[in-house]
Ligand binder design. Structure first.
Ligand SMILES: [Ca+2]
Ligand SMILES: [Ca+2]
Ligand SMILES: [Ca+2]
Ligand SMILES: [Ca+2]
Length: 345
């Protein structure tokens, strides 16, 4: 009996030892030099667990008073302290730390960022999750990949909660897990919303070239949207699904306009008579060069009227800081158009 059991006992002891090596229940009690205050520029809210615990405004929900979240100074991610819960076997834990926050949509606060470390192995027994208004938005067991006892930053997209006042809860729940930590909780304002597109993004607000009166100007097409595209095989030879801005000019009979554009994207420049039907009313266009190249159009008006010039690009949503040059329209010999010409100078 003994002889048959002995190998099994040895095996069991060995496997336990291997499991213990592979899956410690506590981290190394050093911080590996990670104890550095981060300097990210925009944080609408930060809690590093450096002061009172739970922090002011935070609620702690306790089911196992001897093994619940506490402040711990052994291995913080930032500063001197982190939130820590010790593991326990036999008495289930369901320990939560939460705070209420109004996510400011105007400020583009749409990310919850925090650091956490724990045992990916033992999280199968007792897991760390984050909930927003009771809905799980993060699951350590399923999502953490950095390894056992390695601090890693987690970024949770909160854009679905823009403008809402929500309860954000950090929960350790289960039985016979491992120690767990989190620190450096932040609501990130992220980058500010992009500036609105230029007014002349669309035909209806096309800038009158004569009123603007500039022979050379620089525009950032990247602030615009792609609203107009020439026809494939049409006046530019290709489609122009790049981002576009619209200019207009009134030309007299026989008056000539010459314009060019150049940027780091593959530019496309075209002139239309009916901006509402741009693709089908193109009278001249250019897309003869690639990036950095100049596209130049010249057009003699066969009749007096408004013409709309679309400063555009070949590639889908392509754009760049683009230089546009307008040669002062050259009028015919009609004296009345000389006046128009002078307006441009
Ligand atoms: Ca801290
Ligand atoms: Ca546009
Ligand atoms: Ca376009
Ligand atoms: Ca081009």
């Amino acid at each position: 009996m003994r002889r048959r059991l002995l190998p099994l006992v040895i095996l069991a002891i060995l496997s336990l030892a291997i499991a213990a090596i592979a899956a410690d229940k506590v981290p190394p009690r050093t911080n590996d030099g990670r104890n550095v205050y981060r300097t990210e520029a925009v944080r609408a809210y930060v809690e590093g667990f450096e002061g009172a615990f739970p922090p002011a405004g935070w609620l702690q929900t306790i089911t196992n008073p001897a093994y619940t979240w506490v402040q711990d100074f052994a291995t913080p991610f930032e500063g001197a302290a982190a939130a820590y819960v010790p593991w326990q076997a036999g008495i289930p834990q369901d320990e939560a730390l939460s705070f209420v926050y109004t996510i400011n949509s105007a400020a583009n606060e749409d990310h919850l960022i925090f650091a956490t470390e724990g045992s990916m192995y033992w999280a199968a027994n007792a897991n760390f999750t984050v909930e927003v208004d009771g809905v799980e938005v993060y699951n350590f067991l399923n999502e953490f990949t950095a390894g056992n006892w390695i601090w890693d930053l987690v970024d949770v997209d909160l854009s679905a909660y823009d403008g809402q006042t929500v309860t954000i809860a950090f929960i350790y729940a289960g039985d016979d897990g491992a120690d767990h930590y989190f620190d450096a909780v932040a609501i990130d304002e992220g980058s500010p919303p992009p500036p609105p597109p230029p007014a002349n993004d669309l035909c209806e607000n096309a800038i009158d070239l004569r009123e603007q009166g500039l022979t050379d100007f620089v525009v950032d097409l990247c602030l615009a949207a792609n609203d107009y595209s020439a026809l494939s095989g049409g006046c530019t030879g290709y489609t122009s699904t790049g981002k576009d801005l619209v200019y207009k000019i009134f030309l007299g009979l026989g008056e000539t306009i010459t314009a060019s554009m150049q940027g780091t994207h593959d530019a496309a420049l075209w002139l239309v008579t009916d901006c509402a039907d741009a693709a089908n009313t193109c009278v001249v266009g250019a897309d003869a060069t690639v990036s950095e190249g100049y596209e130049t159009i010249t057009y003699v008006a066969p009749a007096a009227g408004w013409f709309y010039m679309i400063v555009d690009g070949y590639g889908t949503d392509s754009c760049s800081l683009t230089t546009v040059s307008i040669d002062a329209p050259v009028s015919n010999e009609d004296a009345s158009w000389s006046d128009v010409k002078s307006m441009y100078r």
